[in-house]
Design a protein around this ligand. Structure first.
Ligand code: ZN
Ligand code: ZN
Length: 348
């Protein structure tokens, strides 16, 4: 079968590998679509993300092709999403309701862990089907379900935050993760949602996602936001979804005393915190990482019921062999969509 192998920075190869076979407890899924995630683009463009060989793709959806002996969670023909977290189900984090922080998950996560075979391929083998396969509700198209990874991150961050009905929320970054965070915050009852992005082309999508105000993170934009938040001296919760230290600085600046800063984005560079300046405000700095399987069930149900909207997420379908072209085009901004979806088996 055809698959896309990652060798290193700007080095992807269309290869022919053995089609996987389901052993006991395992499941083979025929891939309908696989999203090209920002993480994959990062690994393509920058060293230090994946220092190993693998077949990329952790945002797959498809149809169960084969089930191994003893598998009861899915059956042949089921439509499923295949993706992180590849949690182990038995460590302390997993046993205490935090499978997204499972220390064993990373090496096992398909399309991320060293040597794994992700869904940039015609078929994908799930070794932990109980943990990494989500059955897609009846009637939900693959095009919606495939957004589970990008929507799940903001959904989890808002659930993990202290945001309450009537609070104000600020979101830095209106990329795919930011848009999911904006919508989640509004659905969670935020009174005013103020979003920021340097890229003006994202602003309409931010409004479509429920933002009340969208600004560029300039001095003027920050001033306008502070005027809107003047009553409490800042927002109750500020979400950093840009993955940039200047956005984190902005999030802290717009946080009210005793408010919360939820850090979703990841930035490899160090960030300076001056406790003498921040301590007197008793800011609550918190991190948020991926999502849980249970949250994907909640999200899928909300999408199915029409509560959670996905129409602001523009998609573009492309054959497997065009992946490199698509990553370059998205990096250069000549293709501006929420997700490029690879179609390893054509239209299914
Ligand atoms: Zn992803
Ligand atoms: Zn675990």
């Amino acid at each position: 079968m055809r698959a896309i192998k990652y060798h290193g920075v700007q080095d992807l190869e269309l290869v022919n590998i053995e089609k996987p076979v389901a052993g006991p407890g395992q499941v083979v899924v025929k891939v309908a679509y696989c999203g090209v995630c920002g993480t994959d683009m990062h690994a393509y463009n920058h060293p230090g993300i994946f220092n190993w060989e693998l077949v990329l793709g952790h945002e797959g959806v498809g149809v169960v092709e084969e089930v191994g002996e003893g598998v009861t969670c899915v059956k042949v023909g089921d439509r499923v999403a295949v993706g992180p977290p590849g949690d182990c189900g038995s460590c302390y984090s997993c046993n205490t309701g935090h499978p997204n922080t499972c220390a064993n998950a990373f090496p096992n996560t398909l399309g991320i862990g060293p040597g794994t075979q992700g869904a940039y391929a015609e078929y994908v083998l799930s070794k932990f089907p109980e943990n990494e396969l989500f059955v897609i509700p009846e009637g939900m198209p693959f095009e919606q379900a495939v957004l589970f990874d990008l929507l799940g991150v903001g959904f989890h961050a808002v659930r993990r935050s202290e945001l309450k009905l009537g609070d104000n929320a600020v979101i830095f970054g209106c990329g795919s993760i930011g848009l999911g965070t904006i919508q989640s915050a509004k659905l969670a009852g935020a009174r005013t949602v103020i979003a920021f992005d340097t890229n003006i082309s994202t602003h309409k999508r931010a409004y479509d996602s429920g933002a009340d105000y969208v600004f560029e993170p300039t001095e003027e934009g920050m001033k306008k936001a502070m005027e809107l938040l003047a009553h409490e001296g800042g927002a109750h919760v500020c979400y950093e979804a840009a993955g940039h230290s200047t956005a984190l600085a902005g999030a802290i600046e717009l946080c009210m005393p005793n408010g919360q800063v939820m850090i979703i984005g990841s930035d490899g560079r160090p960030f300076e915190l001056v406790s003498a300046a921040l301590g007197p405000m008793e800011y609550d700095l918190k991190f948020s990482f991926t999502y849980t399987k249970e949250e994907i069930h909640q999200l899928f149900e909300m999408i199915r019921m029409g509560t959670f909207k996905t129409d602001m997420f523009q998609i573009l379908k492309a054959p497997l062999e065009d992946v490199e072209k698509m990553i370059v085009a998205q990096t250069q901004g000549t293709v501006d969509v929420a997700r490029v979806l690879l179609t390893p088996n054509g239209e299914m």
